[in-house]
Ligand binder design. Structure first.
Ligand SMILES: Nc1nc2c(c(=O)[nH]1)N[C@H]1C(S)=C(S)[C@@H](COP(=O)(O)OP(=O)(O)OC[C@H]3O[C@@H](n4cnc5c(=O)[nH]c(N)nc54)[C@H](O)[C@@H]3O)O[C@H]1N2
Ligand SMILES: Nc1nc2c(c(=O)[nH]1)N[C@H]1C(S)=C(S)[C@@H](COP(=O)(O)OP(=O)(O)OC[C@H]3O[C@@H](n4cnc5c(=O)[nH]c(N)nc54)[C@H](O)[C@@H]3O)O[C@H]1N2
Ligand code: SF4
Ligand SMILES: [Mo]
Length: 681
């Protein structure tokens, strides 16, 4: 007899699917989408459909391990939890004695976005006085940039898309990265809506669009300003809305003046007639919904880019129209009381903050004190961080004590002194909240952990005890942490149906409606075309197109490295996760660089040949795909393949820059320059 349990996918994906696990005699026999969840609608992505392959992977870590080979070799012997905890406590203790607690750095990010497990190390590291990590690699520029225009906690309910008349997927490859938005779009299309995709290459999502608008990477600010110039000129905006709820429209009119269709076409590559058509279409459709991804924000001026695009719905008043609005990273999670397990207590020692994007520099150059120990959990920094050659060099340091808590052996565990076995979401309890839709849900474990795997929460509690930390917060039960998180910042959490939540049902958070009527969290309380916060951050207060520091300038660097490199997610991987599963790798094929025929021909590169892509930061070997899906001058590598899947041992992030974005300290994943040549040998 098969019985079913409902749990929730915790991977770093906007969909936070409700997962129906089939069990027979305590063993998992099936994994499928929960038909009763309004967003999941009974289906999962291929990656998680095949989750048993990940759970039972030959790379699965089942006991603590201690390094026996050289750093980078990944050779280990099994040890007991007691031995592992003793060694970590002892090494941390002596590093604190010799260099102070800031010589210890936690490093975690998106392996899980579960509200409990993800942040369960914070109290431990805060209490030690360890260096703090600025976790900006994904949403930094998007959140900070949008905040400038709309204030915090803003984003239209995802489900409104079904009622939209014009859906714009802007810098988001939703067919791969946000698949559960597609049924909502389908519903809207059935009722007559159009789907627009604005992207730098014809990706899987662009193929489904009624209209695909191809922009040069990093130029969307000019596109949006060009649209707004036409809309303001032709009166295609909502005067009442603008008068009541926005700040600085006259300055916007002035700022937009120089973005004539001709100039915008030159900057963006979008033909003038397309720009005019786009502006009129957007300006006359109030029920227009912009669903933004990270694409446009992962550029040197990515903060300015999203800030400018977020002005569009504020001009038409789409925010207040059923089926209209704007969403990038959604606000539901932020209503929970994440301070409960995230924020330092007043009694915790102060500590410096280091930006996760700059890990190479952190490990090789930061001093006073140098980082002597790093504890990695739910992250794979050897693959996902820019300037990978420096990161690897740092991870290879013999004097760095590296602990990695992992589900599977990765490129990062190859450098570890100690590896600890981690549970998957099927094996631990969690509270899940999405960053796209407004449902939260309990995610109880479906089975017991295999081998000696332990959750993040349990591991940090054991570690705290081993280091003599006795405060109650290091013994707090899962249920009590959940209560703390639900003790949120207002009505959306107070009004939650606790019984339904405890019963494992998805519970919709009722977020404040029309917050602009009562005042947004901006200095003026309104949507800000003019932003004094921008000025405070050292940025122009008005939207303005600024060429990318690396990708756009005609200079000596561009002469040597003429091709811009865009590195977006692959459909069958989730960042670097799932690259360990054979079936995902088979479906992705081989690490590939997409190139326009003009660029390939000019370099003597043919379809299927191997190329060497390089710049001053390093080199990466990939197979060439010749395609008109990418414009001339642009190359695209979907990922993230691990270093060990590439000849030469470096993945695509060996080529990306660790310079930070204009706002929010994010990485510039789609902004760098490269040269490409046929690979020798
Ligand atoms: N299958 C799968 N799903 C995922 C992930 C994954 O790795 N694989 N990752 C998850 C995570 S952590 C995140 S943050 C999201 C990210 O998912 P997305 O937001 O979809 O990813 P991005 O890297 O932001 O790139 C999205 C698109 O932006 C385009 N782009 C790049 N630069 C520009 C630009 O300047 N302008 C415009 N208009 N487009 C541009 C790229 O070509 C790409 O098609 O997806 C999540 N879901
Ligand atoms: N070039 C390029 N680089 C990128 C991106 C890009 O688009 N282009 N995307 C960036 C973005 S948006 C993001 S979010 C980051 C993501 O980068 P990461 O945060 O490193 O995410 P993953 O690559 O998925 O690796 C997460 C690891 O955590 C492990 N894990 C999962 N669950 C748990 C758990 O409960 N406990 C423990 N201890 N371990 C667990 C998984 O096995 C996996 O190896 O990558 C960034 N890097
Ligand atoms: S990775 Fe995303 S689409 Fe796939 S099951 Fe998880 S939440 Fe759903
Ligand atoms: Mo992300």
């Amino acid at each position: 007899m098969v019985e079913y349990k409902i749990t929730v996918c915790p991977h770093d994906c906007p969909d936070s699917c409700s997962v129906r696990v089939g069990l027979e005699d305590g063993n998992i026999v099936s994994i499928a989408g929960d038909p009763d969840h309004p967003i999941t609608r009974g289906f999962l992505c291929g990656k998680v459909n095949r989750y048993l392959e990940r759970v039972n992977s030959p790379l699965r870590v089942l006991t603590p391990l201690r390094r026996v080979g050289a750093k980078g070799e990944g050779r280990f012997e099994p040890i007991t939890w007691d031995e592992a905890l003793d060694e970590i406590a002892e090494r941390f203790g002596s590093i604190i004695d010799d260099h102070g607690p800031q010589a210890i750095l936690p490093y975690s990010y998106g392996g899980t976005i579960g509200m409990v497990q993800r942040n369960s190390g914070h109290h431990f590291f805060h209490r030690l006085g360890a260096s703090r990590l600025d976790r900006t690699i994904c949403v930094g520029s998007a959140k900070e940039g949008q905040r400038m225009t709309t204030g915090e906690q803003m984003g239209t309910d995802l489900e409104e898309i079904a009622r939209s008349k014009l859906v714009i997927l802007w810098g988001i490859n939703a067919v791969a990265t946000h698949i559960h938005v597609m049924p909502l779009i389908k519903e809207a299309k059935k009722a007559g809506a159009k789907l627009l995709v604005i992207d730098t290459y014809r990706n899987a999502t662009a193929r489904q669009a009624d209209w695909f608008i191809q922009v040069r990477p990093g130029t969307d600010t000019a596109l949006a300003l060009g649209m707004m110039r036409i809309m303001l000129d032709e009166g295609l905006y909502d005067e009442d809305f603008v008068d009541s709820y926005t700040h600085g429209v006259e300055s916007l009119r002035e700022a937009a003046l120089e973005y004539t269709p001709q100039r915008v076409a030159e900057i963006t590559g979008v033909p003038t007639e397309d720009l005019v058509k786009l502006a009129r279409m957007y300006g006359t459709t109030k029920a227009s919904y912009i669903r933004m991804g990270g694409g446009a924000t992962r550029h040197s001026h990515g903060g300015m880019m999203i800030r400018t695009i977020a002005c569009l719905p504020s001009l038409t008043g789409a925010w207040e129209e059923p089926g209209g609005g704007f969403l990038c990273f959604g606000p539901a999670r932020s209503w929970l009381n994440s301070a409960h397990n995230e924020a330092p207590l007043p009694s915790d020692p102060p500590a410096r903050t280091l930006n996760m994007v700059r890990l190479g520099e952190i490990l090789l150059e930061v001093d006073n004190p140098p980082v002597k120990a790093m504890y990695v959990y739910h992250a794979n920094p050897a693959v996902i961080v820019p300037e990978q050659a420096l990161v690897r060099q740092g991870l290879s340091r013999d004097d760095l004590f590296l602990v990695v808590h992992e589900q599977v052996l990765t490129d990062t565990t190859d450098y570890a002194d100690i590896v600890l076995p981690a549970t998957t979401f099927l094996e631990h309890d969690e509270l899940q909240a999405s960053y796209a839709h407004n449902y939260i849900q309990m995610s109880p474990k479906a089975v017991d952990p295999p081998g000696e795997a332990k959750s993040n929460l349990e591991t940090f509690q054991l570690l705290a005890a081993r280091m003599g930390l006795t405060e109650p917060r290091f013994r707090e039960s899962f249920d009590s942490i959940v209560e703390g998180l639900l003790d949120g910042k207002g009505e959306p959490t107070r009004g939650l149906d606790r019984a339904a939540l405890r019963a494992g049902r998805p519970v919709r958070m009722a977020l404040p409606e029309s917050p602009w009527r009562t005042g947004l969290q901006t200095p003026s309380g309104k949507f800000e075309f003019y932003s004094s916060s921008m000025e405070k951050s050292g940025q122009p207060p008005m939207p303005v197109f600024i060429p990318s520091d690396e990708g756009h300038l005609d200079n000596e660097l561009k002469a040597r490295y003429p091709l811009q490199l865009v590195t977006p997610p692959a459909q069958h991987f989730l960042n670097s996760s799932f690259a360990e599963t054979d079936s995902s790798r088979r479906l992705e094929g081989i690490p590939t660089l997409k190139m326009n025929p003009t660029d390939a021909d000019a370099r003597g590169l043919a379809e299927g040949g191997e190329c060497r892509a390089y710049n001053d930061r390093g080199e990466c070997f990939l197979e060439v795909e010749v395609t008109t899906d990418v414009p001339a001058g642009v190359t695209v590598a979907e990922g993230l393949w691990w270093g060990k899947h590439h000849r030469g041992g470096h993945g695509i992030n060996v080529l990306t820059s660790a310079e930070l974005t204009d706002l929010g300290g994010c990485a510039r994943f789609h902004d760098g320059l490269i040269q490409v040549e046929p690979a020798a040998g």
